[in-house]
Design a protein around this ligand. Structure first.
Ligand code: ADP
Ligand code: MG
Length: 482
């Protein structure tokens, strides 16, 4: 079903293309040896190259190139063995060189694709147009002094991957699903940490609207949106604005806009600049970037398992597509699950991770990276259930005790005497006591009130403080009643 927004003149379709800036995970910047760690004191991670000093020469960081290639491979994209760096010229206070080194005509990565998953369980393929490497700019700080602006150049020269999609998305949901999937792939690859609140991933959101069957109309670009929720809201708000413009008899002008998160509307920032305004030309300080196929092949061979493959593998292990989806969303969750499932029943492991563990994480405000119960311990707990030491009820109690104390299941079982009673003689002794104390109910049972069977089981369990093996207790009650 096509997502549409209704205006006065009937339904409108949305067309969305995203340009994502993803900060490359690397020790050093794209063309200098300065560090890239987030949160350092202003201007403590700046080399002469990053500060745009005259006569400084950029030297390409091989690790950043490798990260871009790995990302391209993860996006099933064309890797261009020959690419080139261009200067994109513009004047801004946070750009000391007076230009950004970027890749314009010849990007390192060409066309690829991402498969997104939607709420209704369907999937859709979104085309990737290109990925190129470029430098980040510095940051202006306007709130540090009443009359002056300060500049922090720590980010100047940090490597970014700009990942451009085809205008293939048709709803806010699809835009959100695309960003979610892209971030998941980058995190699995370890090429970008995907932390949008730290600015490691930012999206420029291109939106246009049209009537069914039409060609694309003019688009606007909403710049620098820094959360997935805001991207979805910006798409909706910008589409509604454009619909109104068209329906009032106006014409949407191509321009750059900003999303006002407080008011939920987009505002005009500037008319869209065209490529020729930037006076692009090949950077004379940098030779073309030439890769060897054998190096690309090596990177390909060392790629980790990616989300789609991992999900398929979990389904093959017997998990439902939904469970496989949830367990692979974060690679830390997948790693946890695999430790628990290793050599054990995958479905039981999945139920414990998605049920009791997720609940405990929520309750204790922890995370899967620092879980309230170690994966190894949860695995041992499943073993204790399997070998009959613990019933399901006792296992839940041991799990809660693990959350509280951090101790191993073995230690908790010993300390608290939670071992399940499987001694049939002992169980029958207790059942006999229960039946003797309830002679009237036994008589009722024998005259046909069979519902009372559960009562005897319950009383026995109570007398055993929940530690009786449920199957054996059932057997014993049955035996002594007949
Ligand atoms: P620029 O470099 O000027 O931003 P591009 O041609 O590279 O322009 O396109 C940028 C983004 O705009 C891409 O993600 C593309 O998918 C998207 N886009 C292009 N045309 C449209 C359109 N009519 N509606 C929505 N998005 C569009
Ligand atoms: Mg753009």
């Amino acid at each position: 079903m096509t997502y549409t927004i209704d205006g006065k003149t009937g339904p409108w379709e949305l067309v969305i293309g995203l340009e994502v800036h993803a900060q490359v995970t690397s020790q050093a910047k794209l063309f200098s040896g300065a560090a890239t760690a987030f949160g350092a004191e202003p201007n403590t991670q700046v080399s002469f190259v990053d500060a745009g000093f005259p006569g400084m020469l950029p030297v390409i960081n091989r690790d950043c190139v490798a990260q871009a290639v790995r990302t391209g491979l993860g996006l099933k994209a064309q890797v261009n063995l020959w690419s080139r760096f261009d200067r994109k010229n513009y004047f801004y206070a946070d750009l000391p060189q007076g230009y950004q080194i970027s890749q314009y005509a010849h990007p390192i990565i060409g066309t690829g694709a991402i498969e997104i998953e939607l709420q209704d369980g369907s999937t859709k393929t979104i085309g990737i147009t290109r990925l190129h490497l470029e430098q980040d700019a510095g940051k202006s700080l306007h709130d540090q002094h009443p009359t002056k602006s300060y500049i922090d150049l720590n980010r100047s020269g940090v490597a970014l991957m700009e990942i451009v999609s085809e205008p293939d998305m048709r709803s806010p949901e699809e835009a959100g699903a695309y960003l979610t999937k892209l971030r998941q792939i980058l995190r699995y690859l370890g090429t970008c940490d995907g932390n949008m609140d730290e600015g490691s991933m930012r999206a420029d959101v291109n939106v246009s609207v049209r009537k069914a069957g039409e060609d694309y109309r003019t688009r606007c670009e909403v710049k620098n949106v820094n959360s997935i929720r805001f991207v979805m809201q910006a798409v909706e708000a910008e589409a509604r604005r454009q619909i109104e413009v068209w329906e009032e008899g106006g014409e949407v002008q191509q321009e750059t806009r900003l999303f006002d998160t407080a008011r939920g509307v987009t505002r005009s920032m500037r008319s869209k600049e065209d490529a020729h305004d930037y006076r692009y030309f090949p950077d004379p300080d940098l030779p073309p970037l030439v890769l060897e196929q054998s190096w690309v092949d090596q990177l390909k061979a060392s790629l980790p398992e990616l989300p789609d493959a991992r999900r398929a593998r979990y389904v093959a292990m017997g998990l439902s597509p939904y469970d496989a989806h949830v367990l692979t969303l974060e690679k830390e969750t997948a790693a946890y699950f695999e430790t628990v499932a290793q050599g054990r029943d995958a479905k039981i492991a999945a139920n414990w991770v998605m049920g009791d563990l997720f609940a405990a994480i929520n309750r204790t405000k922890t995370s899967i990276a620092e879980p309230p119960v170690k994966a190894e311990y949860l695995g041992t707990l499943l073993d204790l259930m399997k070998d009959g030491t613990l019933s399901g009820t006792l296992a839940k109690a041991v799990f809660e005790a693990m959350v509280e104390t951090g101790k191993s299941p073995g230690a908790i079982v010993e300390e608290r005497g939670l071992r399940q009673v499987t001694d049939t003689g002992a169980i029958e002794g207790i059942v006999a006591g229960v039946l003797a104390a309830n002679a009237d109910k036994v008589a009722e049972y024998k005259s046909g009130k069979e519902k009372l069977f559960g009562f005897f089981v319950g009383q026995t369990m109570k007398a055993m403080q929940g530690k009786g093996n449920p199957a054996l207790v059932n057997d014993a009650v049955k035996k002594l009643l007949s």
